[in-house]
Ligand binder design. Structure first.
Ligand code: AMP
Length: 465
């Protein structure tokens, strides 16, 4: 599929796509738009960053355009459920963008803001309602919205809905939908519970899948820096001061951690803002708007808050903390390298995070090039050499470390519930081989390279030390 023209979308939609300079449909768009236009139910396995919003928004707008009806009072014709406020806002924005030459009525129903305005926006009915599950249930309970006129129902990021505990809410909402409807179901992964939910909600769906999740990592230039926990803040400030960072998204595991990073960067003279669940909706929106406009170059986020953040031009993702769920790593680094662009992901790994690193490398089937900024490098084993079958061919080792058992298992591994003392004890010890003793030449380290983390067996591309 080389052009949107082949999809047969109505002229006002094609015009909006031209305004946006979209020329070629992304794989999920090429696969999903035709069956959705034919009014099939659909399961789309795709994550954010693949163009999936347009994959459902374009054919839905086409349907609304070709079946012009006035929405009834308090009713909506299209309902989109998304897990977070940010993602909901962005989906609505996409409908407005792609539908700018079509007369569409839209509304947003998300928590964290007063409900009154949302109730008023629904009084006359709307074409498209984008909602988070909790707020939609509140509106349903107060009879501010009715779902019996829904023609198209979209469940976006179903797996994240499961993670966030929304599945019961979703079942309650689905129970109120008319049986005769089109259902579009999107999820980045399809664990058993999600598969079951899809089975309950969809009729004879077409299934489309794009790039298995782990593959996203291919487009991102990834690096690991082994660093002592106490030195992470200083290292982040140092790397952010590099001129090559246009816009950086920094991930922390906790809300508290996000605020701490903001404070430490401010001390270093770097303006940054945090976005997480303890911030008010207004606060989050302001931070996101500042980031989008470039007024603030660095945004610190937790996984949940960052879900669905769609900002073009994120040149760098920093994992200040490694996520304890390997899939989150793929989601995080997918914030850069959006829609085919390239990006850089730099992850800090302290001693306690080694097992997380192993899980991530196993998932993405790639050993991430690393450098070592720890003060006492000999005190801990590296992540390498722990049962990745391909590692012995791919991992260039220096002579000294090769094949040696490390004398001391990592002291605190056993304590954090994830530890694998046996593997730790077997891990290989690797001395930094670089003459500057592992110190990163920060600018060189951050230069963009095409797929530098491929390690061909001939050793053409080597890890950074
Ligand atoms: P999504 O996966 O829906 O979050 O989309 C990711 C990004 O890709 C958004 O910034 C879209 O504006 C952009 N995008 C979506 N489809 C296309 C396309 N066909 N051509 C260029 N950019 C696109």
């Amino acid at each position: 599929m080389n052009s949107f023209n082949e999809l047969g979308l109505a002229a006002p939609i094609a015009r909006a796509l031209a305004d946006e300079k979209y020329e070629i449909p992304t794989p999920i768009q090429a696969q999903a738009i035709p069956p959705i236009l034919e009014r099939h139910d659909l399961v789309g396995i795709a994550q954010t960053g693949t163009g999936k919003t347009a994959a459902f928004a374009l054919p839905i707008i086409n349907h609304l355009l070709t079946h012009r009806l006035r929405a009834e009072q308090r009713a909506c014709r299209v309902l989109i459920l998304s897990p977070t406020r940010e993602l909901s806002g962005q989906i609505l924005e996409s409908f407005r963008t792609y539908g700018r030459h079509v007369r569409l009525t839209t509304a947003l129903a998300i928590g964290g803001v007063p409900i009154g305005r949302q109730v008023r926006s629904l009084i006359n009915g709307v074409d498209v309602l984008v909602a988070t599950p909790g707020r939609l249930l509140d509106l349903m309970q107060s009879n501010a919205v009715r779902l019996d006129r829904i023609e198209v129902f979209v469940l976006d990021e179903a797996d994240r809905m499961l993670d966030m505990g929304f599945i019961r809410d979703i079942r309650k909402i689905v129970a109120k939908l008319p049986a005769k409807r089109q259902t579009l179901f999107f999820s980045a992964t399809m664990p058993g519970e999600i598969e079951q939910l899809a089975g309950e909600m969809l009729r004879d769906p077409v299934r489309v899948a794009v790039t298995p999740q782990a593959k996203t990592a291919d487009r991102v230039d990834q690096r690991i820096v082994h660093v002592d926990r106490a030195d992470k803040a200083g290292l982040l400030a140092e790397l952010l001061k590099s001129e090559t960072v246009d816009r950086a998204l920094v991930f922390t595991r906790t809300k508290h951690g996000a605020d701490k990073v903001v404070r430490s960067l401010e001390k270093a003279g770097i303006r940054a803002e945090a976005i997480h669940g303890n911030k008010s909706q207004n606060n989050r929106e302001r931070a996101l708007a500042n980031f989008r406009s470039g007024r603030v170059r660095t945004l610190i986020a937790t996984d949940i808050a960052a879900r669905g953040i769609d900002v073009d031009g994120v040149s760098h993702v920093f994992n200040y903390d490694l996520p304890n769920i390997a899939e989150s790593y793929v989601h995080r680094i997918g914030r850069t390298a959006r829609a085919g662009a390239e990006g850089i992901a730099i992850s800090f790994c302290d001693r306690e995070e080694m097992p997380y690193l192993r899980d991530i490398e196993k998932l993405i089937k790639l050993q991430i090039p690393s450098s070592d900024r720890r003060r006492n490098k000999s005190a801990a084993p590296q992540a390498a050499g722990d049962g990745h079958p391909h590692r012995s061919q791919r991992q260039p080792r220096n002579g000294r470390g090769h094949g040696k058992r490390h004398g001391r298992p990592e002291g605190r591994q056993d304590n954090h519930g994830h530890g694998r003392p046996h593997q730790q004890a077997q891990a290989q010890h690797r001395e930094p081989s670089h003459p500057n003793n592992g110190k990163i030449e920060s600018v060189a380290f951050m230069q963009r390279k095409r797929k530098p983390n491929r390690h061909p067996a001939n050793g053409a591309e080597r890890p950074v030390h």
